[in-house]
Design a protein around this ligand. Structure first.
Ligand SMILES: [Mg+2]
Length: 239
């Protein structure tokens, strides 16, 4: 019997690409306000590549997206002759703004009613590799807990976040359903621990060979159908 349902956030509860693109564009514009030399010497592509390079140099930051971005902003400013203390201050301010823009997400219409219903019957958790803070979401009240990769120095498909979720809810893997859009991070990661998995597949993509979610859903409402049928017929369904 399912007691805990965990949800991935980005691209499962909302379409994340437009959010990130908008936040990146605003951050690039703001960089010019803070330190115009950045726009004279760099462009958005080179800033992105610079961040990738920093991630290679400091692999521990792959788990800490906020710290990686903050550090990148600071280094970029210094490359553009901004004094270190000023660069630190700008990075602090710009990072706060970026996180505000990062949280301007619009949940899919079915998210609120589905979470509202589920939260009255099950424990609900968020398990994300991203840096969205659930307490800043319009649907925050439905979550019992939220786990972010950057707080644990570990990201899905690694087991740490999933194991922490089981521990917090005091449930066994088979009493848990994880819902997410990524076959590797969400389905393979949770599935490896014996957690039931629902692959969120809104575009009806073909299931690649080797991937084996317990369920496939095209909308979050599919979770309701899974819970009604899972007691006796655990099968892959299209919802
Ligand atoms: Mg996702």
């Amino acid at each position: 019997m399912i007691k805990l349902i965990t949800f991935d956030l980005d691209d499962t509860l909302w379409d994340n690409m437009p959010v990130l693109i908008r936040a990146e564009q605003k951050a690039w514009k703001r960089l010019n306000d803070y330190w115009p030399e950045t726009h004279k010497r760099l462009d958005p592509k080179s800033v992105f590549e610079y961040r990738l390079k920093i991630r290679e140099q400091r692999p521990e930051l792959k788990y800490r997206l906020t710290e990686l971005r903050h550090y990148s902003i600071k280094k970029i400013l210094q490359v553009c002759n901004c004094p270190a203390s000023k660069a630190e201050q700008i990075a602090d301010d710009l990072m706060q703004e970026f996180l505000d823009w990062r949280h301007e997400v619009k949940c899919f219409p079915e998210v609120q009613p589905v979470l509202s219903y589920l939260s009255s019957k099950y424990r609900i958790g968020a398990v994300t590799n991203g840096n969205v803070d659930v307490s800043r979401l319009s649907v925050s009240e439905y979550f019992d807990f939220s786990l972010k990769g950057e707080d644990f120095d570990s990201i899905k498909p690694e087991p740490t976040l999933f194991l922490k979720a089981l521990e917090l809810a005091n449930v066994a893997p088979e009493e848990t359903l994880h819902v997410g859009d990524c076959l590797k991070a969400d389905v393979a990661g949770a599935g490896a621990l014996g957690i039931k998995t629902a692959w969120f597949n809104p575009q009806d993509k073909e299931l690649p060979e080797g991937a084996n979610p317990d369920y496939v859903i095209r909308s979050l409402t599919g979770v309701l159908r899974i819970l009604n049928t899972s007691e006796d017929t655990p099968l892959t369904e299209s919802a």
